[in-house]
Design a protein around this ligand. Sequence first.
Ligand SMILES: Cc1ncc(COP(=O)(O)O)c(C=O)c1O
Length: 412
Amino acid sequence: MIEETRLPESVMAELSKIIPGPEPPLEVRIPRIPVVEESLTRRIIPVSDPKLDGNELRYLTQCVQSGWISSAGRFVREFEQAFAAAMGCRHGVACSNGTTALHLVLATLGVGPGDEVIIPTFTMIATANAVRYTGATPVLVDAERETWNLDVTQLAAKITARTRGITLIHTYGHPVDMSPLLDLAERRGLWVVEDAAEAHGARYKDRPVGSLSRAASFSFYANKIITTGEGGMVTTSDGELARLARRLRDHAFSDERHFWHKYVGFNYRMTNLQAAVGLAQTERLEEFIAIRRANAARYTGRLSRIPGLTLPVERPWARNVYWMYGVVVEDEFGISRDVLRNRLARRGIETRTFFIPIHLQPIYYELFKGQRYPVAEELCQRGLYLPSGATLTEPEIAYVCDMVREAREEAL
Ligand SMILES: Cc1ncc(COP(=O)(O)O)c(C=O)c1O
């Protein structure tokens, strides 16, 4: 049986200075300040929950009534076309989730043992795991302090004779500065893949993310800007890559004989039920982005008056879609990120800490032993994201900001 990876106590003692403490229990909000709180209806304010009040139910009903519930139904194709078009791409290949979509891209590109793929250390575990599933080795770069994206200036030093490509992520909805990265990749003969799991509709110099590289992967998990419950998609304008990815997604059945396999394929298909929801969600993508951007502006307006918080940025060339509204809790704030988080949890406010970098994860610790990435470690230690979903109301944002201010004032 598989055994869990445990780090020695001495290592854990060091890491616990950086990694977040255990999850605080969320307590139901008890109304205390009637004037501020009377317009709040929810007792718990979630980090991000789905908004499913468009055509979702109607399309789902059509699946059930017609009996088309597998991946063979028409909504899969319609969703792929609608979503790919919204991302400025010619092709979409719907998958079972964002991790399988990313793995499918790497597998289609032929990544394998002996290869190296450069990724940011400040990312969700799936970015690294997708590389590992192919047998290749992830190589890490640090983050930059303002956008939290990978630091493009550190890439060149990481390229070796084994490097095949770069997978980047558009962190929490802010696009990466693509031009210098793409220039470097082209000069060194590397492909670039966007892990765009968190950035549906974000734009770099007016072009949608997902269309800025050879191929991209998206996630439609329930907390994402648009959702299918679980789901993912590969987007690309490369017809051959799309054709191969489609084949590998479906056990790599051959055209000439059905049960005849010339590649090791996967079953990474999306069902018609998921795609029905995805199509309805795609119809409202711009509306959901507008809500998230308006929420971000409200947060920034209120929180910028509180000392000690570093707020998210939007570069002049970027459209940030603020999948999550993150704040970095600086020393000047007076209490640590974990203390702030515990206090917010006691007021019914759900938050999430920023990523724990890949090089500090138990499963990757040996591989990257001795490597330090100070910016990612600092973000891990100080970063927190606040409720950011499309169902968030203006009074809820005001309440969250008041509770952040109150937590700081209590400490003074
Ligand atoms: C950057 C990044 N990549 C990949 C994934 C994996 O997506 P999924 O959970 O749909 O497999 C996520 C999920 O949140 C993510 O944030």
